[in-house]
Write a protein that binds this ligand. Sequence first.
Ligand code: ATP
Ligand code: MG
Length: 450
Amino acid sequence: MSDTKKTPKVEKITGIKGMNDMLPVDAPLWELFENTAQSVLKSYGFGQIRTPIVEQTALFARGLGAVTDVVEKEMYSFEDAMNGDRLTLRPENTAGVVRAAIEHNLTYEGPKRLWYTGPMFRHEKPQRGRYRQFYQLGAEALGFTGPDIDAELMMMCQRLWDDLGIADVRLEINSIGDAAERNNHRADLIAYFEQHQEQLDAEALRRLHTNPLRILDTKNPQMQELVNQAPKLLDYLGAESLAHFEGVQAILRHNSIPFVINSRLVRGLDYYNRTVFEWVSDELGAQGTICAGGRYDTLITMFGGKPTPSCGFAMGIERILELMKLSGEIHAPNQCDVYLVHQGAEAQMQSFVLSERLRDAGLDVVLHCASVSGIGSFKTQMKRADASGAAYAVIVGEDEMTEGVAMIKSLRSEDMENNQASVPFDTVVDYLVDQITGNDHHDHCTHTHH
Ligand code: ATP
Ligand code: MG
């Protein structure tokens, strides 16, 4: 008897609120998303970059702007106990990518298309579609000035949605002009909100003189009418900003990418200018934005780099996976091809050899191994084989050892008479490869057999 059953009761340590575990049942969905995104990004010439999850707090404070939601109240910041450095778990990855690009001179030879994926951390109120550790995939096009790259980024997103089978998502675009244009608008916006101060909620009052543009982004239903009537930034754009915005629209129209102009669209982060865009779904409740992006022409100089006009986006992977689930088109079973069942020491050794040879041939194989209750009877092992989702069980017992054969049993065949065969050890691999690759309507997992 093993000791595990006598373990005394101990208090369980739980995970952290708002930080989720990805379980194997969801792995095929994540894999499908990641593989699809990776191939779309590659088809547009984007190269992957991985930066650390921890950066100096100053990077985000400078990059995101001090009066943004993220820097004001959402950052996981701490002091390095060893040397007192002020560090932060990245709440987003544009700042990190830009830091790395400057540090490694990535745009030395011309503009660069980059992408990243990974976990981000924000201390938010956890709810559907809003977590404290969440995953983003993003792209940054560094050193590009025109509307062409802005449109290309949006078209790349459209291709990703198409490839993922996501249909009901709409592209909203806006231009927030340059700093001078925003300043003119800002003065009028503050004056307008001051005239209607009694209608502002506490958050809006707090932002009135620090970041009034963000009031336009309010989710408070009582303020929607007020905000709808507010001076529109689009009316303050100069000729150059307007031409840029027109240019983006012309490319989208020419390529039949539907979009709507949302004059209230601003970005939560301060460093954006001109083009901003969001992809929004109505199927996700309050957290409907699956991707947000825009142009940030001055960010890199704020970090001490040479002027490098740029444009990028970040998408929330959890929200996208939820849409993929809702679209119902995903059945990527997490299955294997073969489960090996054995009884007796010699048969176990033979099964090890067989399973390695099957893997050499490109099959996915699960070898039955001992658990708390021991190696288990044939019956127990066959139950495991069924539960594994394998297409075939390969059975080796003492009789089979004597005869030099394995019993191969189809676990999915409806034809109960004809569902097993006795196969000599040295032809087991060929037999199974034939069965599995020869069967056209065989619906197994993602890899291909050679
Ligand atoms: P929101 O208005 O929903 O707070 P945001 O403006 O803070 O969004 P961005 O910083 O632009 O979001 O991040 C890009 C995308 O990342 C969002 O559109 C969303 O899909 C996703 N995202 C942002 N915060 C979270 C979170 N806490 N949990 C899950 N996904 C998130
Ligand atoms: Mg936010």
